[in-house]
Design a protein around this ligand. Structure first.
Ligand code: ATP
Ligand code: MG
Length: 265
């Protein structure tokens, strides 16, 4: 798959020759230097942009169709909340706009069975778990940046998507909030077995969360290495102190460094 912006000599090739298969239910992280096309790749999966060449399928259907069927939940790099709606109404907005989605979902094979198997969680439960229980009726302007980011995360979760696409969702948060939200994300993922595509700049976060870490390089944006993280779950504090956890961090860091040098060459 390829995606370029602009034409001719001044074109920026955001993604070139990118090929990636994510098995359903897998947690995959993308890591790589700024400008290597991570957000572009996520936007393509979420149906917000099209590749110039090649094809992307989400559970066998085109991203735009998957999106219309509310199969894809996107947490964008900046939260994009509607300033005139309360926290609660921001989170429930996609469901209220949802009228055609149910019909579309019926047409996609296997979806109904997966939906029936997933335990239900109310929006209020999700907001409380994200530490927003007291803020249901506040407006985005009354929240901190990290709180706004958490609203965007809950909004994506609330649709119970088959594919959750998250662009640096935790980068604006303090370390302890970040760890607590990682725990909540992993708990939901283990319950729902949603497929996750997750962008981060943190090697530790990538290793902790993922089944697979995809290392990217720039100029043109491309995948240079795929690292399988063969560590047991839960990946709790104890495991994060073990040598084998650090060995994976070193490995991913080493691949990132290599990707960096391959650009300079
Ligand atoms: N709408 C656009 N028009 C022109 N160029 C764009 C556009 N969106 C992205 N690009 C370019 O495509 C390349 C990849 O951008 P992208 O946002 O995907 O990078 P990224 O890996 O997400 O970076 P970061 O880690 O900084 O978020 C960059 O060179 C960027 O300038
Ligand atoms: Mg980005």
């Amino acid at each position: 798959m390829r995606r370029a912006y602009g034409a001719g000599r001044s074109a920026t090739v955001a993604l070139d020759d990118v090929e990636l298969t994510v098995p359903p239910g897998r947690f995959v992280s993308l890591i790589g230097p700024s400008g290597c096309g991570k957000s572009t790749l996520l936007r393509i999966v979420a149906g917000l942009e099209q590749p110039d060449r090649g094809e992307v399928l989400v559970h066998g259907v085109a991203p735009a169709e998957a999106c219309a069927a509310k199969m894809v939940g996107l947490v964008p790099q900046s939260p994009a909340l509607l300033p005139w709606l309360s926290v609660l109404r921001n989170v429930t907005l996609p469901q209220r706009l949802n009228s055609g989605a149910a019909r579309r979902r019926e047409r996609i094979p296997g979806l109904a069975a997966r939906e029936a198997a997933a335990p239900a969680r109310t929006v209020q439960e999700l907001l409380a778990a994200a530490g927003l229980g007291e803020s249901l009726h506040k407006l985005p302007a009354e929240l901190s940046g990290g709180m706004r980011q958490r609203v965007a995360i809950v909004r994506a979760f609330a649709l119970r998507p088959d594919v959750l696409v998250m662009d640096e969702p935790f980068s604006a948060l303090d370390e302890l909030t970040r760890e607590s939200l990682q725990d909540q994300l992993l708990a939901l993922w283990e319950e729902w077995r949603t497929t996750v595509l997750f962008v981060t700049h943190s090697v530790t976060e990538a290793v902790r969360l993922s089944d697979t870490v995809v290392v990217m390089a720039r100029g043109p944006g491309r995948i240079v290495e795929t690292v399988g993280i063969d560590l047991p779950r839960p990946r709790d504090e104890g495991l994060m102190r073990e040598r084998r956890f650090h060995a994976y961090e070193d490995l991913v860091r080493d691949r990132l460094r290599r990707a960096w040098h391959s650009e300079a060459a």
